[in-house]
Design a protein around this ligand. Sequence first.
Ligand SMILES: Nc1ncnc2c1ncn2[C@@H]1O[C@H](COP(=O)(O)OP(=O)(O)OP(=O)(O)O)[C@@H](O)[C@H]1O
Ligand SMILES: [Mg+2]
Length: 336
Amino acid sequence: MAAVQPFPVFDERRFEQVIGNSPALESVLEQVERVATTDSTVLVQGETGTGKELIARAIHNISPRCGRSFVKLNCAAIPMDLLESELFGHEKGAFTGAIAQKIGRFELADKGTLFLDEVGDIPAALQPKLLRVLQEQQFERLGSNRTHQVDVRLVAATNRDLTKMAKRGEFRSDLYYRLNVFPVTLPPLRERREDIPVLVAHFVDLYSRRMSKQIEQIPAETLSALSSYSWPGNIRELQNMIERAVILSNDGVLPNPLPKEEARDVTIPPTATTLRDSERNLILNTLESVRWVIGGPKGAAAKLGLKRTTLLHKMQKLGISRPSLESSRYTTTAAP
Ligand SMILES: Nc1ncnc2c1ncn2[C@@H]1O[C@H](COP(=O)(O)OP(=O)(O)OP(=O)(O)O)[C@@H](O)[C@H]1O
Ligand SMILES: [Mg+2]
């Protein structure tokens, strides 16, 4: 692909692993495309398992910094007294136990992207130092007076409500405003249920390959149970549930992995019965939504995250062809 791309572009290379084409997700991806080309700080928010880290990586991968390093630090996973030296590094002897010099994450991410996960967990004592490095791109290693200048693009993520925390005085509001330059909020899965069938198909494909098991059928009851469940753990929970279902599957049929209580209240009528049917429906609906334009940034291939040639191949395999002008909907030839 050429360097100059018309906006927006959702092709295979760019959003490799971000599956789904619900309007809610597409509007997020549009924002991601816009901000990725800049050096601005991005604050990714959303419930657990909604794909915050995936989006942070996508931002780096489609940014001009993609050839440089993507450095990650989970602020909640590091004991408070070590966090400062993780961020800024230290000199040998800076504190008891500092037996050698250490390079911090800001230095490691120079010219690249630093992903600060669970940024809401940064202790109050460290917040001014973080604010300074974000404003001035300057810091000192612990135990040293030498100021280092870096060029780091920050992507921060949190599943806590930073606005509320700032109001309550639990998070510095000046740091909050500095982080909140470009907020991206990932919708919970229950607010984009349209994405469930294609996510199911994606994870079934992933785990069946990994376990060398063939899954040919997703029973309608399984798909409707999965589609109507509330998914408090969002995509991570769905992913784990599909892994379990693939393990439990027999004779190429995907069982319903949800416990009986969860599977009750099925409100969505059974639709697709096989993986092949879901794929065919998804492709047909997408083709119709873009009036059968296949290539280009607004074509069906881009929307589906497929290469043009891959889509054409799939259409041929599934017997999908463009309807003749007289026919009201579409024509499909009988499946071979
Ligand atoms: N749109 C998507 N398409 C495919 N896989 C996805 C998508 N969104 C999330 N995932 C997968 O779901 C899992 C959870 O995503 P991720 O770790 O990015 O979530 P998170 O928001 O950072 O969660 P947490 O708040 O718990 O850290 C990962 O395995 C990720 O690859
Ligand atoms: Mg995460």
